[in-house]
Design a protein around this ligand. Structure first.
Ligand code: PGA
Length: 260
């Protein structure tokens, strides 16, 4: 299938510069020689420059947690795709449920961000996911379909394979409650089908779909064993080098299964 597992750590609003640098130093030491997975960390904006420097010469990629879709101008408090590229980011998380729910980001804004990221050469990690109420009312697929469709309006087909999707059920984020591998696989498969109808079979087969929501060392391997789960977006458990490295090790299961 050829999808390299991709594990990203979303540090959210945690760690000052010194703490961020210590964490990536530890991670570098632990991940030396790891080739079976691609790894990225997404520190706060304030730590990006220092983390970039600490990552020099390593395979760990730098990601940002958010961006704005304009290139420059009077947008107080915002950061552009070009600024993120300038500081050394390869990826940017877009449409995280905390952005949507706490900061009121709409599907339309998410779409503008995805398109700008691609145009500027930043790889988007587009987050989608249903709330507990939506799941209970059997609306999961409908919600995911809407989020995907709206976020990918006018996304250029030739860039499809650069997009990473993160399926993050809102009820599993930071709650300690994880979707079962079967629950997650069901949605991942559905997402891949939607991607197939939008971008075609070949592109859909190449797009990586991460699972996020209380991923830990103890559940990563069983999630990653699922055929359409190509990686993880990890919040809380990415803040400790041991735990995050153990999650990454879970991606070896893909090698065993011959999927990577
Ligand atoms: P969590 O967060 O791993 O702490 O549940 C995941 C995320 O929000 O990306």
């Amino acid at each position: 299938m050829g999808r390299k597992p991709f594990i990203a750590g979303n540090w959210k609003m945690n760690k000052n510069i010194g703490e961020a640098v210590s964490l990536v130093e530890e991670l570098r030491a632990k991940l030396d020689g790891v080739e079976y997975a691609e790894v990225a960390v997404a520190p706060s904006f304030t730590a990006l420059a220092a983390v970039r420097k600490t990552l020099d010469g390593s395979h760990i990629a730098l990601a940002a947690q958010n961006m704005y879709y304009q290139d420059q101008g009077a947008f107080t408090g915002e950061v552009s795709a070009q600024q993120l590229i300038d500081i050394g980011c390869k990826y940017v998380i877009i449409g995280h449920s905390e952005r949507r729910n706490i900061f009121g980001e709409s599907n339309e804004m998410t779409n503008q961000k995805v398109r700008t990221a691609l145009e500027r050469g930043l790889l988007p990690i587009l987050c989608v996911g249903e709330s507990l109420g939506q799941r209970k009312r059997n609306l999961t697929f409908m919600v995911i379909d809407d989020q995907l469709r709206d976020a990918l309006v006018k996304a250029p087909h030739e860039d499809a394979e650069k997009i990473v999707i993160a399926y993050e059920p809102v009820w599993a984020i930071g709650t300690g409650e994880t979707a079962t591998p079967e629950q997650a696989q069901e949605v991942h498969k559905h997402i891949r089908e939607r991607l197939e109808s939008k971008f075609g079979k070949e592109a859909a087969a190449a797009i990586r779909i991460q699972y996020g929501g209380s991923v830990k060392a103890s559940n990563a391997k069983e999630l990653l064993a699922m055929p359409d789960i190509d990686g993880c977006l990890v919040g809380g458990a990415s803040l400790k080098a041991d735990e995050f490295a153990a999650i990454i090790e879970g991606a070896k299961i893909k090698e065993v299964k011959g999927e990577s």
